[in-house]
Design a protein around this ligand. Structure first.
Ligand code: HEM
Ligand SMILES: *[C@@H]1O[C@H](CO)[C@@H](O)[C@H](O)[C@H]1NC(C)=O
Ligand SMILES: *[C@@H]1O[C@H](CO)[C@@H](O)[C@H](O)[C@H]1NC(C)=O
Ligand SMILES: *[C@@H]1O[C@H](CO)[C@@H](O)[C@H](O)[C@H]1NC(C)=O
Ligand SMILES: *[C@@H]1O[C@H](CO)[C@@H](O)[C@H](O)[C@H]1NC(C)=O
Ligand SMILES: *[C@@H]1O[C@H](CO)[C@@H](O)[C@H](O)[C@H]1NC(C)=O
Ligand SMILES: *[C@@H]1O[C@H](CO)[C@@H](O)[C@H](O)[C@H]1NC(C)=O
Length: 263
């Protein structure tokens, strides 16, 4: 076991280094990744790379690259991406950069009971899987939109499926927090960041094609997506998800306002 996997397997804290600079110069049309381009478990970042807001090869990504891309592509303010960007540095061997593939490291951000990927112990935890995505695709029947209620129900069903099939399932408050924020992210970037209502068509294209549905009428949110919008939204999703904690420890305090156990 090397030092990094030891670090990730313990209930310990991590110190990471932030950096600053810029990335740009692209017309942001959609281009599917080529054979040498890296992609990973995050549909949000894969989409930004497919549109050139992140390096199209999926490599050499630093904290600033992420913050700029999230702002330019989705109107997300730095505060809602900083934590994920910093934690992701732990997934690579380079101290200052990571690739979109690196971040599939199980137990860093990557978790079980994902809404579009298979659990690490059961298969490919990085690639989109239509079978897994069926739960989300079939949610909120009779409505053309997903919302915080349906997102919570999807999380409940996906966790139940993992608990039934994966003896290695990890379900602590850390995973619950991350999963709920990710749900708030897809509702916000593909829908209305204030109401959490997102057109199914846009969300489905985002996950299945990792493409911005501009041709279908999607626009970058005029409302900035920040802690004031994401906070209340992920709590509504949590309330609708009927969650109960499993075993395991919250290995790192996920930021200065992370209450760790008391949500
Ligand atoms: C830029 C805006 C972002 C959006 C819209 C977004 C959206 C999402 C969504 C919806 C998922 C859930 C996928 C699933 O459960 O199948 C996800 C997963 C993930 N995201 Fe992001 N994300 C964003 C930023 C980030 C950042 C900044 C990082 C780290 C640098 C990150 C890393 C991950 C990872 C590692 C996963 C996999 C978690 C898992 O399912 O196990 N994301 N993201
Ligand atoms: C972050 O990455 C960008 C794009 O590759 C680069 O221009 C910048 O110098 C990097 N910043 C740091 C602090 O390494
Ligand atoms: C699942 O857990 C068992 C028991 O802890 C362990 O031996 C095995 O390596 C784990 N498998 C995976 C894929 O994590
Ligand atoms: C997708 O997930 C299903 C259900 O877990 C699994 O049977 C199937 O092998 C996965 N497909 C791929 C391509 O990994
Ligand atoms: C989500 O949509 C369903 C179906 O239209 C509706 O019953 C539910 O109240 C909605 N949830 C929210 C939070 O608006
Ligand atoms: C989020 O953006 C809104 C609108 O610009 C602003 O009023 C609010 O203070 C911001 N919240 C945070 C946490 O930055
Ligand atoms: C909530 O979870 C509990 C325990 O897992 C279960 O018994 C109950 O049926 C669930 N309720 C809903 C509405 O899903």
């Amino acid at each position: 076991m090397n030092f990094k996997s030891l670090l990730l397997s313990l209930c310990t804290a991590a110190i990471v280094v932030a950096q600053s600079s810029n990335y740009g110069g692209d017309d942001h049309t959609y281009i599917a990744p080529g054979p040498n381009d890296l992609r990973g478990p995050c549909p949000g970042l894969n989409t930004l790379a497919n549109h050139g807001y992140l390096p199209r090869d999926g490599r050499n990504i630093n904290v600033t690259t992420i913050l700029d891309a999230g702002f330019n592509g989705y109107h997300m303010q730095p505060g809602v991406l900083e934590l994920a960007a910093k934690v992701s540095l732990l997934t690579s061997d380079d101290p200052f950069t990571f690739t979109l593939d690196n971040i599939k490291l199980h137990g860093n951000i990557e978790h079980d009971a994902s809404i579009s990927r298979v659990d690490f112990a059961l298969g490919d935890n990085a690639r989109f899987n239509e079978t897994i995505f069926t739960t989300l695709a079939e949610s909120n029947p009779g409505d053309d939109h997903y919302n915080t209620t349906s997102a919570g129900q999807v999380q409940f069903l996906r966790l139940a499926d993992s608990q039934a099939k994966n003896p290695n399932v990890t379900n602590t408050d850390k995973e619950f927090f991350i999963r709920s924020v990710e749900s708030a992210f897809y509702l916000s970037v593909m829908g209305n960041p204030l109401t959490g209502v997102a057109p199914k068509e846009f969300v489905n294209i985002f996950f299945r094609e990792e493409r911005l549905p501009i041709a279908e009428g999607w626009k970058r949110s005029e409302t900035p997506i920040n802690g004031s919008t994401i906070g209340p939204m992920y709590r509504k999703i949590q309330a609708a998800s009927n969650w109960t904690a499993g075993e395991g420890c919250h290995w790192v305090r996920l930021g200065s306002d992370d209450p760790i156990v008391d949500f």
